[in-house]
Write a protein that binds this ligand. Sequence first.
Ligand code: ADP
Length: 627
Amino acid sequence: MLTDALFQALFNSSSPRLLLSAHGRDFIIINTNEAFRIASLNEALSATGKSIWDLFNAGNCSCENLLLLENSLMQSVELTQKSELHDFEYQFAAAGQIRNYWKLEIVAIANHDGQPPSVLLTLDLQNEQKNTGIQQHPELLNIVSHIPVGLCILSGQEMRLEIVNERMLSLWDRNYSILGLPLLEFMPEITHQVFPQLLQQVYTSGIPFSSRGAIAQLVVGGRLKTLYVDFSYTPLKNSEGAIDSILVMAEDVTSSVMGLQREQQLTEKLTAINEELSASILELAENESRFRFLLNALPQQVWTADSAGLLDYVNQVVCDDFGFDVPTVIGHGWQKFVHPDDLVQSLEKWKNALETECEYVTEFRLLCHEGNYKWFLARAIPLIENGKLLLWIGTNTNIDLQKNNEQRKDEFISVASHELKTPLTSIKAFNQLIQRKNKEHALDGFIAKSAQNISRLERLIKDLLDVTKINAGKITYELEFFDFKKMLIESIENVQLTAPDHEIILEKAAEISYPGDQYRLEQVIHNFLTNAVKYSPDGQKVIVKSIIEGTDLLVSIQDFGIGIAEKDRMRLFERYYRVGDNAMRFEGLGLGLFISSEILRRHQGNFWIESEPGLGSTFFFRLPVVS
Ligand code: ADP
């Protein structure tokens, strides 16, 4: 009698087995043995309770086979006898693409307690690969198909392809139809490459071989293509311990090799650029330190400011003068050191320079570390590159000595002028007395000449005194309405008397009652007219115009004399400035225009010159008319 234990022992013996329960044409899986579970890679674990047709279906069996199986099962159950089915083609999912042929043994067992009959189904592998190690371990086949490298097994001397996974096929650009074929048959292009020889070597020596980045030339997409591969050949032994196949693993590393090459090229390029850059930085640093050394060696204050006008560098001289270190000076900015009386005008000029991107020039007093203010001449120019202002480079030159000398000179001139004025007043009085007492009029000519010289001397002294007053800020203005046209006519008449060779023409004269200091404005007109006469020695016309333009009174005095070169024009209004060539030819002190410009400035006016050397000059001034 077959005991349960005996049945279990037989059921679990080496071949894959299924125990089924017959229900008409359907057969329900009641149990599966260990060998079946391994072969199916546990596919069968979940099969218990399911129909056999879920397991054997069109996905892994041919329809023909399924029909044969069904008939055999039915026949066994009906006749309660054993039946066999040969060459049954069935693939466990775990076996991948491997085609297996099985011999099926079907044994029907009748149940007498009214239960449906049972069927014992045993599968025996039939195909020739049955004895190879790998085929005996179908779980390996599953692993093979999932392994993320190209893998195949080549068996026998002729290297017949026994197993291959998808990844290897795609590396080779082949399909499963090559299974079972010898290597050189499905890959003739490698006949003369190193691979067949290496395989033979591994096969006979039993020593594994591996290589990285080897070059292989394979037909891919119909064309011979060069690939870089990492590969290994491992000899496999059969149960008798003899080498019967080679496990080949390969990976296409073309893109990483190419990437590596590119990376290498890039690295080389980058290294070269880096070296160049370091050299430039070094050079730059050397230049900069040389530049800073130079700036510090200059005896002047040197500074730079950014495009927004913020101080960002000062040289050592600045620090020495102010008694602070570089960060403190930069932190404070100039304003802190500028004398309050000079601050407004210098800030205005700086603002204007920033807006116009033109040179900045000003004079101011700076508070030095001894606690006293010293005069400096500040100049700055913008550094412009490709139309973009990069920075301002400025210098402050100590002009304290010149300023003090000028002041002393002014003081001296003031004292001397006063001293000269007293005897001159007496001489003038005596001259008038002589004029009156000169009954025979024999001395008239001499007296008139000396009177003329007295008034010239008087004017010179007046000018000198005015300059010293202007510098000391002591000049006073008395503003009241006066008839501008009348003043103009009288001034012209006065100058005309002393200039018989010239014709002074009042071409236009605006009728206007102007609020200003008549005496001082007359001084301006007189100066312009005498200059026009003086600097047109060949005797010409002088044309005077005064017109109302908008809200301004515009006055021009035109001569046809020697003219003024452009380089001198802006400097004429400076104190003591005289055009070089004229200094010896024409008498004068170079004070008239300086005084005139101060007077016009104090009347909120402005002035300018248009001139052509050799053709003459026109002096303009514009005064705002207060309505
Ligand atoms: P001065 O005439 O006493 O030298 P000014 O201050 O009046 O001093 O003039 C300054 C300089 O400007 C003169 O020395 C002269 O070179 C130049 N200048 C002034 N007016 C004229 C003019 N109308 N034509 C040519 N040069 C002139």
